[in-house]
Structures are given as C-alpha cells and as structure tokens.
Design a protein around this ligand. Structure first.
Ligand SMILES: [Zn+2]
Length: 103
C-alpha cells in the first residue's frame, strides 16, 4: 500500500477541491469513496464522505498543506460570520437578517 489516507472530505466537492490543491504542488492524490453512492443504492454524491489518499512519500507535505487549508477555512468562517447588534447571536454570511430576532 503506497497510498496513505491524509484527510476525510465532507463531500465530493470538497474532495475534488483538495485534490486540486494537492496536485498544484505536484503531489499524487487518490480519492476513495467517490463511487460509493452506486454501491449504496443511489445516495446523493454530496452526502458521501470521501477519503483523500496521497502517496506515502508525499504524506508529510500533504498534511502540512491540509493543516493550512483547515486554518484558512476557519479564518474565513470567523471573518464572514456577523454578530447581531440586537441580540449578539452569530449569523452566517448568507443570512441578511438575524435568525434569532429577525432584525
Ligand atoms: Zn438578533
């Protein structure tokens, strides 16, 4: 087994995004689980978690890239969430009015 699992993507979109990210750095990437929906009787692909495998020689580098990726993801979430002035609840950026108090 020359490939090691480095990350579990929440869905196939994320998996392909990460695959692209790693391939930009010339890492060898395989996805595991993307065809699972067929075997499981037609579950939508978006809800299937996909394992991301990299060649064992690329594992450490891939891990570094993914740690950075997760940090950036968190930063984006922190930046884009907004806090309601009326009730101090956190709202995702897609909400134009507060989910809690509708203001
Ligand atoms: Zn509010």
């Amino acid at each position: 087994m020359d490939y090691k699992k480095v990350y579990k993507a929440a869905n196939s979109n994320e998996a392909y995004f990460i695959k692209g990210l790693l391939e930009q750095k010339s890492l060898k990437v395989k996805l595991l689980g993307e065809n699972l929906s067929v075997a499981m009787g037609g579950l939508p692909l978006e809800v299937i978690q996909v394992d991301i495998l990299v060649h064992k020689n690329n594992y450490d580098e891939a891990k570094k890239i993914l740690i950075k990726y997760e940090q950036e993801l968190k930063n984006i979430e922190d930046q884009e969430n907004w806090v309601c002035k009326h009730c101090s609840k956190h709202n995702p950026p897609s909400f134009e009015i507060c989910w809690n108090c509708n203001k």
